[in-house]
Design a protein around this ligand. Structure first.
Ligand code: COA
Length: 260
């Protein structure tokens, strides 16, 4: 698929997906959401991709939200469909990928932008980043999972305040809240994302995929995360990665995981 709103690049086991609408601060219109779905799906299936990094182009924004110009005239029905389709195609989809996804937040991450970053498996930020869910200032509420994932990450009280005030927090506050794991200067953001990706890649990709599933199960209604952990733990024993990991340890050498 040819992309018009995003850039993708695969090198050294990392696929970087860059949202590329800088003149609109990388706002997520329908076309961009569709392209992102395909790019994430492709990277997840690509055997050369061990880690996915998602970021925004330019120095100002990760993503400044859903594209307001697209939904300003929507009806109740259109609004419901917008949220349902977006959650299915992109936000839930990203959260449930077996390939680790790191969001490198390089500026404004607002509304759907912060929701995309929160759907990633974890987040790092540059020191100019600003994050918030300003939807109530537009007369709507977050619709791409923000009311669910923000309290999971920062706690209910902080999420309530952020959503009700529609305010933005800076990178250091986000770090303090546990919304991002690290804050660095903008020029150090991608090198840090790549360094963390390098550490992840040394490990079994099969085991990492199962760990993601087990951790996500803790946040899935009607699912017992401990049961999923037991099931996935057991399944690891049937993988070539487990055989290689344990054999390498006993032979006092570095594991060379086949990823199966
Ligand atoms: N949807 C559509 N267009 C957006 C957008 C969004 N979420 N966020 C920014 N843009 C567009 C602006 O309309 C402007 O386009 P234009 O040059 O054609 O007029 C361009 O991106 C640059 O934005 P601008 O507002 O001029 O930049 P700024 O530095 O003055 O302000 C923000 C930056 C992020 C504070 C401001 O753009 C903003 O509040 N954006 C909306 C954030 C939001 O409410 N997101 C949640 C949506 S549900």
């Amino acid at each position: 698929m040819n992309f018009e709103n995003i850039l993708t690049n695969t090198a050294n086991g990392i696929t970087t997906i860059t949202i590329n609408r800088p003149s609109k601060l990388n706002a997520l219109n329908k076309a961009t959401i569709t392209e992102l779905h395909h790019a994430f799906d492709h990277a997840n299936k690509d055997i050369d991709t061990k880690v996915i990094i998602v970021t925004g182009s330019g120095e100002k924004a990760f993503v400044a939200g859903a594209d307001i110009s697209e939904f300003a005239n929507f009806t109740v029905e259109n609004g419901g469909k917008l949220a349902a389709l977006g959650q299915e195609m992109l936000f839930d989809f990203v959260q449930n990928l077996q390939t680790p996804v790191i969001a490198a937040v390089n500026g404004f991450a607002l509304g759907g932008g912060l929701e995309l970053a929160m759907a990633a498996h974890f987040r790092i930020a540059s020191d100019n980043a600003k994050m918030g869910l300003p939807e109530v200032s537009l007369g709507v509420i977050p619709g791409y999972g923000g009311t669910q994932r923000l309290p999971q990450l920062v706690g209910k009280g902080r999420a309530m305040e952020m959503v009700m005030t529609a305010g933005m927090i800076d990178a250091d506050t986000a770090l303090n809240y546990g919304l991002v794991n690290h804050v660095v200067a903008l020029e150090e953001l991608m090198p840090l994302a790549q360094k963390i990706a390098g550490k992840i890649m040394r490990n079994s990709s099969v085991a990492i995929g199962k760990a993601i599933q087990a951790i996500n199960a803790n946040y899935t209604d009607g699912v017992n995360g401990f049961d999923i952990e037991i099931k996935e733990f057991g399944a690891c024993f049937g993988t070539a990665d487990f055989k290689e990991g344990t054999t390498a340890f006993l032979e006092k050498r570095k594991a060379d995981f086949p990823g199966k």
